[in-house]
Design a protein around this ligand. Structure first.
Ligand SMILES: O=C(O)CCC(=O)C(=O)O
Length: 375
């Protein structure tokens, strides 16, 4: 996996829509080759190398292609169309500055300087929510996708000034995101072996694109994986997208809405952090103060001297996260039903409504054309 970060320059930003295959040896390959559509790669653009899932052996035999592998290839193309990566915004020195700030966040959290809902500690990964926080996993009163709710305003800390100055402003200047788009920033801090199980960022809460910037070490974002536990196992991804240090990744369309993404434990080989920047819809469902008091108590993880949990606890964490990823189709079905009964009384802006109904039309089309199921 090549690190495409470089120091700031005035050349056009290298932007690519690409994934990367996982070879049969399980290693990431960054060889350039012809894209599935047959077009060759330009200097600044790398295209996806479809990972043919469980059909890779069959695909190698010339002339044999099962309907399932055809479907996988179709899906891989759709995933790749919704991915954009920019590699030369955050150079070495910017990364170092941001990484120091992330370390400060961890220290502040250990000193107890943050509001309760700002910090979500789990074995081998911690999450810090700024601007907006929401309930998920075991924190949900009602479990399942579509049930996620924003916390009332003020329950999490404000987006730190350095995130605005060093990260958001840079992306706005480069016209990667519109001005004032971001109102939620999440920092994930992973230790080796840490993971995020397969999930779709709740479509009733977060606008697209979902923007993330990787720090500290290289990793990979996997699409279309299934997790099993005790011991933790992750199926081969449909697409494995390299996340090099400093790279900016944008997910939208099919990649964000119709297929799950995850970070596999085997793809976090040393400490890694990511900043996820998103826009929460103004009319996304929000808990009332009294509802917060009635929420189930999330598992309390006692941190060790490093502020992290023991490896022994990591299985519990994986289970908890896995609840987030269950049955996304059901979520979309529920959402469609809900929106068809409430669309006339919705208080959202017409732009947001149009965007979300586009999602719904796409979901419906996908269901009828029979796509790859997740979780
Ligand atoms: O670590 C990453 O790059 C992705 C994390 C993610 O998908 C999440 O926290 O929801």
């Amino acid at each position: 996996m090549s690190d495409k970060t470089s120091t700031k320059d005035s050349s056009p930003k290298r932007s690519s829509r690409h994934g990367i295959e996982e070879t049969s040896s399980g290693r990431h390959s960054s060889r350039r080759r012809r894209s599935p559509s047959g077009s060759s790669n330009s200097r600044h653009e790398k295209r996806s190398h479809p990972y043919p899932g469980n059909d890779h052996k069959k695909k190698r035999r010339r002339g044999s292609s099962s309907p399932e592998s055809e479907r996988n290839l179709e899906e891989i193309k759709k995933i790749n169309a919704g991915i954009r990566q920019i590699h030369d915004i955050f150079g070495e020195s910017e990364c170092r500055k941001i990484e120091e700030e992330i370390d400060e966040i961890v220290k502040n959290s250990k000193r107890g300087l943050y509001r309760k809902q700002t910090v979500d500690r789990a074995p081998l990964r911690s999450k810090y929510f700024f601007g907006e926080g929401y309930t998920y996993g075991a924190q949900l009163a009602k479990r399942g996708p579509g049930q996620e709710r924003l916390y009332p305003k003020g329950h999490v800390d404000e987006i730190p000034k350095w995130v605005k100055e060093l990260v958001i402003k840079r992306l706005e200047e480069e016209k990667i995101i519109p001005k004032d788009f971001v109102n939620s920033a999440v920092i994930n801090d992973y230790l080796p072996g840490g993971c995020i199980v397969s999930h779709i960022d709740p479509i009733h809460i977060f606008d697209r694109p979902i923007v993330s910037i990787s720090f500290m070490s290289d990793s990979a974002l996997s699409f279309g994986c299934k997790f099993s536990f005790k011991p933790i196992r992750v199926s081969k991804p449909l697409v494995s997208l390299p996340l090099s240090k400093g790279c900016v990744t944008l997910l939208s369309g099919y990649a964000a809405d119709e297929v799950t993404h995850c970070i596999r434990p085997q793809d976090v080989t040393s400490r890694r952090a990511v900043i996820i920047l998103r826009r929460v819809f103004p009319d996304a469902p929000r808990l009332e103060e009294w509802e917060v008091k009635n929420l189930p108590q999330a598992t309390h993880y006692k941190s060790n001297s490093n502020g992290y949990q023991s490896r022994r606890d990591s299985r519990r964490d994986s289970h908890e996260d896995s609840r987030r990823s269950s049955n996304h189709r059901e979520e979309r079905r529920r959402k469609r039903r809900r929106s068809s009964s409430s669309s006339s009384s919705s208080s959202s802006s017409s732009d947001d409504r149009r965007r979300r109904s586009r999602h719904q039309r796409k979901s419906s089309h996908r269901r009828h054309s029979g796509g790859h199921g997740n979780s």
